[in-house]
Design a protein around this ligand. Sequence first.
Ligand code: CTP
Ligand code: CA
Length: 226
Amino acid sequence: VSHFSISKSFQGKKVLITSGPTQEAIDPVRFISNHSSGKMGAALAEAFANQGADVHVVLGHGAIRPHGSNIHIVQVKSTLEMYEAAKEYHHKMDICIFAAAVADYSPKNIAKEKIKKAGEGMTIELVKNIDIAGTLGQEKSPHQIHVGFALETENEAFHAKEKLMKKNFDMIVLNSMKEAGAGFQLDTNKVTLFSKNGNEQTSEVLPKAQIAQLILQQIKQLPVEI
Ligand code: CTP
Ligand code: CA
């Protein structure tokens, strides 16, 4: 009978998760992207769904798909597509988790035809992409919770806290780069959670499903009434 008493503490809550990499086309056959697997986003989607939430995942191309009956997935490729899909949902959501690894820049022009090899070098002009979390953060209501991610290689805590403020997050999850067993593609991770109210918590190296549980626990502690 124990599975009947699992606490469904996000029952009916609406949760948006961006997950996976974005892809920026260079020409019809090439793109700029990154190594994000979407495993952390998928683990979070499943954790929320298991606790009764209605989950919407805006998923980058090739990322791991979460599974569950109350998980709805929208597939996107580019950062702009991810932004537009996220914006559609944002105002209806109680909680938004920005777990995607978003390309910071994209080619200024997408070549219509495959670019032919010519010359000894080549330059692609890039322009800055929209900041999905930052832009939606400006529209956040006092009854919404936004959670961001950061991965830094120096002054990790400083940069994470700076992003927490700048993007109007309620909490940011700093991924540890320096730990074996943490990072992209892996099934385990080690994180530090910084909340806007000053709470800080560092995990052990744990399976991403357990990291997701920790993040959900911390979200419940936030002083926001959703
Ligand atoms: N993010 C986003 N849209 C972007 C860039 C980042 O939504 N265009 C989100 C990420 O999903 C993450 C958070 O913002 O939750 C921090 O991402 P990060 O790449 O660390 O931040 P940047 O502002 O891009 O700063 P940096 O120069 O360190 O890459
Ligand atoms: Ca970035």
